[in-house]
Design a protein around this ligand. Structure first.
Ligand code: SF4
Length: 149
């Protein structure tokens, strides 16, 4: 199963923020640079993650966002479930007409169960436990070199 681009950006941002030195605030631009994603995409992800209570914002000139206690405890499965509000993986009903096989379809049920199994596997994966030093160190070093003096 493929996760959508928005969920991917949200997970990247959470991983980056969870690896930031304790309490350090990051701007949306720094997150965008850190996860290699355009600013406007990251800006929407930051808004969503704030709404989910997974990151918290501090306003002001040197403000930014940091991971919240709930964000530290968040699992990949939990985040993906919240972000993917689709009831089904396929569009059995669409503007172009309903699928003619849409009568107690076994495939639809099988796909739902498969998706649930996918999420269940990821329910035990804590996002903040994923980043490791050799992965994150080069990212933060690059961000430091871009930081305005
Ligand atoms: S075959 Fe079944 S799952 Fe696929 S579109 Fe039709 S109703 Fe939906």
């Amino acid at each position: 199963m493929r996760i959508n681009a928005f969920s991917d950006v949200c997970l990247r941002a959470l991983m980056l923020l969870s690896a930031a030195p304790d309490g350090e605030l990051m701007t949306t631009q720094a997150i965008a640079d850190g996860v290699g994603t355009p600013y406007n995409h990251v800006s929407k992800a930051v808004l969503k993650l704030r709404g989910m209570g997974l990151i918290e914002a501090v306003r002001g000139r040197s403000g930014g966002v940091r991971i919240s206690p709930a964000g530290r405890a968040a699992t990949v499965g939990g985040v993906l479930r919240t972000l993917d509000a689709r009831e089904d993986l396929v569009d059995c009903e669409s503007a172009h007409g309903d699928c003619p096989l849409n009568n107690n379809c076994g495939l639809r049920g099988a796909l739902r169960r498969a998706r649930e199994a996918f999420y269940r596997e990821l329910d035990s994966v804590v996002v903040s436990a994923l980043p490791h030093q050799s992965q994150m160190e080069p990212v933060f070093v690059t961000l430091l070199t871009r930081r305005p003096a």
